[in-house]
Design a protein around this ligand. Structure first.
Ligand code: GDP
Length: 139
């Protein structure tokens, strides 16, 4: 079993897509081990995306991520990191495969509906950023 950090980003929450995305998460076999709605401050968004500091889109991305509520989730499944990224699709919705969440719900490369950790080390950092150990419920 593996865990990954997923986020339903502010664009998707604002457009009332939370329920449809949660439905896909469960239908695809992920167990939701923790879930919370958060309103990130700019500083918290910058801390979360610290690896992207210096990229041209850092300012815009962190403003977007702190622009409204988001839903953070700890997802568990065999090979969860890769499987969740497969379900999300490519960063740019124009390049995302048919049926993926980003192809279906994203409106731009930035406002792309969902986030997922990209490696085990990133997943550990990102899960700890939002959840204390006791919040990850046992099934
Ligand atoms: P991810 O792992 O697929 O989320 O992609 P990255 O780690 O490369 O980028 C993090 C997030 O930054 C993406 O999900 C987008 O929201 C945003 N992003 C990535 N590339 C661009 C870009 O070229 N322009 C803008 N405005 N945002 C971007």
């Amino acid at each position: 079993m593996e865990r990954t950090l997923a986020i339903i980003k502010p664009d998707a929450v604002e457009r009332r897509l939370t329920g449809r995305i949660l439905e896909r998460i469960e239908a695809e076999g992920f167990q939701i081990r923790a879930m919370r709605m958060v309103r990130l401050t700019k500083k918290e968004a910058e801390g979360f995306y610290a690896v992207h500091r210096g990229r041209p889109f850092f300012e815009s991305l962190t403003s977007f991520m702190s622009s409204g509520p988001a839903v953070v989730l700890a997802l568990e499944a065999p090979d969860a990191i890769r499987r969740w990224r497969d379900l999300m699709g490519a960063t740019n919705p124009a390049q995302a495969a048919e049926g993926t969440l980003r192809r279906t719900f994203a409106t731009s490369i930035e406002r792309n509906a969902t986030h997922g950790s990209d490696a085990p080390e990133t997943a550990a950092f990102e899960l700890a950023y939002f959840f204390r150990g006791v919040e990850l419920v046992e099934m």
